[in-house]
Design a protein around this ligand. Structure first.
Ligand SMILES: [Zn+2]
Length: 256
């Protein structure tokens, strides 16, 4: 299994980033019945050299901290007792705030992020919050010093407002290079999560995740959550040949 990466869960935002509440409900039910969902921190110590979790386990993450998580995700996490980590853009919690200006498919409605009260309510309910940088800039475009400052400011602000250490980072858009990875370490993080589209060497500062997008039905979530899928994604740049996909599907069906 693997670490899954969602963004939002909401009905009206027609974007790959927004899974519908119905789809997420089905996926959460399936995960709770069929898999042991681990807190992300526990998952980190159980990853193998390829960034895969042991068979039968999974972990749930959400990037960006969209406000819709409070309405459409929190009740399901609570009902199914599913642990999850949400990666927050720190500046959105400041008094000045930050508009959701980083999304490439914003849709017609106004996108908002969780308020501090909602974050704290969710934290009380057991949701883990970690860093998604200060302002969701592409870290690979920053100088090393700018990158360290961005990531350190985020970690410090979030640690303060959450009242607990923040040591995990999800790179905005999953983008990183050697300088960004080193900046994350210098800024005080112990691990950072990527979202590899192509071959990528896994490590503590490049923990692979698999994105779940609108339109992914339960079957594709099963496929993406299976160990062979991540193996294909991290080991080979072109992962979508029909033959390989069928092999992955066969493996999933045999186990369920
Ligand atoms: Zn993001």
């Amino acid at each position: 299994m693997t670490i899954l990466c969602y963004h939002s869960v909401e009905p009206d935002w027609e974007s790959p980033l927004a899974v519908t509440p119905e789809a997420f409900a089905a996926q959460a039910t399936w995960l709770s019945r069929s898999r042991q969902v681990l807190p992300v921190r526990n998952a980190l110590s159980r990853l193998d050299a390829r960034g895969r979790l042991p068979r039968g386990t999974a972990a749930l993450t959400f990037d960006d901290g969209f406000a819709a998580l409070h309405e459409h995700v929190l009740p399901l996490l609570t009902r199914h007792r599913l642990p999850a980590t949400v990666f927050l853009v720190a500046q959105t919690l400041t008094p000045a705030g930050q508009a959701v200006d980083w999304v490439r498919t914003p849709g017609t409605g106004r996108l908002t992020t969780l308020t501090l009260d909602q974050v704290l309510e969710m934290q009380d309910a057991g949701v883990d919050f970690q860093s998604h940088s200060w302002a969701h800039r592409d870290l690979v475009d920053l100088s090393f010093e700018e990158c360290v400052r961005d990531l350190r400011d985020s970690r410090e602000l979030l640690s303060d407002v959450l009242g607990r250490p923040v040591t995990l980072l999800a790179y905005p858009r999953g983008l990183h290079d050697a300088g960004v990875r080193r900046a994350a370490e210098v800024a005080g993080y112990t691990h950072a999560f990527a979202l590899p589209e192509t071959a990528e060497e896994p490590g503590d500062f490049a923990v692979p995740r698999v994105g779940i997008y609108r339109g992914n039905g339960l079957l594709s979530v099963r496929v993406k959550a299976a160990r062979p899928y991540l193996q294909v994604r991290t080991a080979e740049p072109v992962a979508r040949s029909a033959q390989r996909a069928k092999r992955v599907l066969r493996g999933v069906r045999a186990r369920t």
